[in-house]
Design a protein around this ligand. Structure first.
Ligand SMILES: C[S@@+](CC[C@H](N)C(=O)[O-])C[C@H]1O[C@@H](n2cnc3c(N)ncnc32)[C@H](O)[C@@H]1O
Ligand code: SF4
Ligand code: SF4
Length: 382
């Protein structure tokens, strides 16, 4: 069933179909919007988040509805997953539906008890976020976290996994930014030597919060964006669904809500189809969010390859592929990170603003997180 779902996605992507009779392979699921530290490059520092967790109702519904097609769920969003009291049950629930899971943690709460529970759980992958090789840069980019505490929590966790001989794939990750780029080699050397660490990942900064002029030129979008076919779709704590991880922070609008619509209705709804059509026509730059997107663009051969393999295998291979490209063993065109651009033109009235049609009155769910937090600015519709 899952391989057939992937085959349908691959066919739809290769033939440029906007009407996709399948569901995404992967989801990003924000089980909590709470966090205990302040990272300047994280979108939650620009878009204030409410202290809310995803309800069991929304989470269970998402997993049940996607259970025959989804292969991988990243249980992360704009929050710290270890602040979600239900996180261990949620990993189990996904496992019962044969969905592999990934967490990413800031490590401040990864003490012995939480570490033991994670190692006893069926979690498949964990990213240990550590943005620097020195106390100075780490504590600048992970404001509120203590360098020595997080480092020691991560080392203990990795060692414990190695001693047990089982547990998730452990990836220690640094987001490369201006203030820590010179520490990449030290970072890779240090963490590669820690027993139990499987991969060391240097991830590009995929927001324009620290570099407002970062992005892609229109010519770099030679092929339609894979997110619109393969996923991951991004599900916020309140059930709002965004087409990709970039949309929310680029002030895009949801294309649906898990509490109000079925996944096929959302994935094949008019908003998603319109985005696919414009991408296939080479007009991605006309979509307001896509014109400012900071994602890394993979070569279509990599996208096609990712649809031939199980979603969990793709996730496992990703740090390796990135390393091969960045160490120049593969041509640079295989992965194009965002880069600095000439100053953008003033916002154009011709940019397409895409959003799901408003729900009918009877279907309207409780207010969205925007409405619940009066401190939040209202956002333009995308
Ligand atoms: C938003 S965090 C949530 C999970 C957890 N709080 C953490 O920090 O690992 C999810 C992932 O996004 C990464 N991240 C944060 N800001 C980023 C940026 N500007 N560019 C790329 N990745 C970023 C983090 O390193 C983390 O791996
Ligand atoms: S710890 Fe994670 S969620 Fe919290 S601010 Fe940092 S990157 Fe964002
Ligand atoms: S905003 Fe970026 S990642 Fe999202 S659909 Fe557009 S091009 Fe793809």
């Amino acid at each position: 069933m899952r391989a057939w779902n992937r085959a349908k996605l691959l066919w739809a992507y290769l033939t440029g179909r906007d009407d996709v009779r399948a569901l995404p392979v992967e989801y990003i699921v924000e089980t909590t919007a709470k966090c205990n530290i302040y990272c300047p490059m994280c979108p939650r520092e620009t878009f204030k988040q409410p202290k809310e967790d995803m309800t069991a109702d929304i989470f269970d519904r998402l997993v049940r509805e996607s259970g025959r097609s989804a292969e991988h769920m990243m249980l992360i969003g704009l929050g710290e997953p270890l602040l979600d009291r239900a996180i261990f049950d949620r990993i189990e629930y996904c496992e019962r539906h044969n969905i592999h899971t990934l967490l990413s943690t800031n490590g401040t709460l990864l003490h012995d008890e939480a570490a033991g529970k994670l190692l006893a759980s069926p979690l498949a992958h964990i990213t240990l976020s550590f943005d620097g090789a020195t106390k100075e840069s780490f504590e600048f980019y992970r404001k509120g976290a203590k360098f020595e505490t997080v480092r020691d929590n991560f080392i203990r966790f990795a060692r414990r996994k190695k001693e047990l001989g089982r547990g998730p794939q452990i990836v220690v990750q640094m987001v490369r930014m201006e203030g820590n780029a010179h520490e990449v080699d030290d970072f890779v050397r240090y963490w590669s030597a820690v027993p139990g660490v499987d991969e060391v990942r240097v991830k590009e900064d995929e927001t324009n919060l620290m570099r407002p002029d970062a992005g892609h030129t229109g010519e770099e979008w030679k092929h339609p964006c894979h997110y619109l076919w393969r996923g991951p779709m991004y599900v916020k704590w309140n059930g709002d669904v965004y087409p990709c991880c970039q949309s929310y922070m680029l002030e895009g609008s949801p294309v649906g809500n898990v509490g109000r619509q079925t996944l096929p209705e959302i994935f094949n709804g008019e908003a998603m189809r319109e985005m696919r059509r414009l991408h296939v026509q080479g007009r991605a730059g006309e979509i307001s969010i896509c014109a400012r997107c900071c994602t890394t663009i993979p070569h279509p051969a990599l996208v096609a390859g990712s649809l031939l393999l199980h979603g969990a295998t793709v996730r496992r291979l990703l740090p390796w592929v990135e390393r091969a490209v960045y160490l120049a063993k593969l041509p640079k065109r295989w992965l194009r990170p965002p880069r600095r651009q000439p100053p953008p033109a003033p916002p154009s009235a011709s940019l397409v603003q895409i959003s799901a049609p408003p729900p009918k009155a009877a279907e309207a769910a409780p207010a969205s997180h925007r409405a619940e937090d009066p401190a939040l600015p209202s956002r333009p519709r995308d």
